[in-house]
Design a protein around this ligand. Structure first.
Ligand SMILES: Cc1ncc(C[n+]2csc(CCOP(=O)(O)OP(=O)(O)O)c2C)c(N)n1
Length: 372
């Protein structure tokens, strides 16, 4: 396995001083190390498009390339800044992209990673980006060659990273959150305190995995839920689309803080159109818990103020079970576009499973249920 400490040291020797990205579990040890040391400036970006913009700006001011890390599912978000900004046809700006290879052909992975895993290297070729696949036996020389390439060519270079290549790095324990509930406890309360007519669009990662298991435990239908297994950040947009249908059903968005920040613009769209049946719940643990608990910037932002400014009509924040129950009762049929920010603590069950139904079964069950 590659040591995150040695890898970072080598990057630093090669002149990299800034790392920016969106977390991926493929290199969670490395991200965890970036967050604890002061060798690198480390920025966790809202999304991968933004990360590329930051890398470009950094280069303009420093004449040094940044390291940009991301999961391959987020790589597509770099297509626009790459083709219209960093590529040689436009400004020609170097950056070293570390791309986690989820869905690698032949390896077991989730359905949302299958296609990207299959087309990833072809996509690099179509985009005319040079790449190599990181090897445990020669990673140091690969980094040196990548750096040479960036100096010579002034354009991005990609290093694809397969899973289980980086060792873990345990960062020193931070102060424990004072929030009372785990996400699973909050989800249980939400499910138990909402009408049987409500439908739920749950965000990517453990929120959808926990909601799925809660339905199993309670012997309830999965038809009322759409589990957004990929497309991080899009649950709120999907809910907005669902809400366009003529129906008496209330549509609950079960969002994460990382996901809400990734597509914060959707709150402006939702706020503008004011569908009174949309109920946006942000489960805020200040972390990308699903990929290893890396911090988001949510501790410093006020979702309630953002919601209000975007035009949500009813906004509230809660941090305990009793207030969550009360707020849910107040939300129900209140006839107002509503936002509820729920403080939760990090953490989930170690035996948490994944949906056992396929995404297409979920699509059909949801569509059938919604139209009843
Ligand atoms: C575009 C994209 N970038 C990155 C990921 C990897 N990813 C999956 S879940 C997740 C964290 C989500 O954080 P949050 O919304 O706060 O929910 P939590 O995991 O804390 O419940 C990330 C970064 C992804 N699936 N898609």
């Amino acid at each position: 396995m590659i040591s995150p400490v040695d890898f970072s040291k080598k990057l630093h020797e090669l002149g990299f001083e800034t790392a920016v990205g969106v977390p991926d579990s493929t290199f969670k040890g490395l991200i965890s190390y970036f967050s604890t040391q002061d060798r690198f400036r480390h920025v966790i970006a809202a999304n991968e498009c933004e990360a590329m913009g930051i890398a470009a700006g950094y280069y303009l001011a420093h004449r040094e390339p940044a390291l940009v890390y991301m999961q391959n599912s987020g790589f597509c978000k770099t297509l626009n800044p790459y083709t219209s900004m960093l590529s040689e046809d436009v400004y020609g700006i170097p950056a070293l992209l570390l791309v986690g290879w989820r869905g690698e052909p032949g390896q077991k992975d989730e359905p949302q990673h299958k296609m990207m895993g299959r087309i990833m290297t072809d996509l690099f070729k179509v985009m005319e980006i040079e790449y190599s696949v990181l090897e445990e036996s020669q990673w140091e020389s690969q980094l040196t060659s990548a750096r040479d390439y960036l100096n010579r060519r002034r354009r991005p270079y990609i290093i694809a990273v397969k899973s289980k290549l980086f060792a873990e790095f345990k960062s020193p324990q931070k102060e424990e959150s004072r929030a009372a509930m785990t996400r699973e406890e909050a989800l249980n309360i939400i499910v138990e305190n909402t009408s049987h007519r409500a439908v739920f669009i749950s965000t990517t990662g453990k929120t959808s995995r926990e909601l799925f298991e809660i339905r199993q435990q309670k012997g309830q239908t999965h038809g009322s839920d759409f589990y957004t297994v990929g497309s991080m950040g899009c649950a709120s947009a999907i809910a907005f689309g669902v809400g366009l249908a003529e129906s008496d059903r209330e549509v609950f968005i079960l969002d994460g803080d990382g996901a809400a920040i990734m597509q914060l613009g959707t709150m402006a769209t939702i706020g503008h159109y004011k569908n009174p049946r949309l109920k946006h719940i942000i489960l805020d643990n200040h972390a990308h818990e699903s990929t290893g608990g890396q911090p988001t910037v949510s501790a410093g932002i006020d979702f309630i103020a953002i919601g209000r400014a975007c035009g949500y009509e009813n906004v509230a924040a809660v941090d305990n079970a009793a207030d969550l129950k009360k707020s849910l009762q107040a939300l129900e049929n209140n006839g107002q576009l509503s936002l509820l920010a729920v403080q939760i603590k990090k953490g989930s069950r170690s035996d948490l499973g994944r949906p056992t139904t396929t995404p297409q079964e979920n699509r059909d069950a949801f569509t059938g249920y919604f139209r009843q």
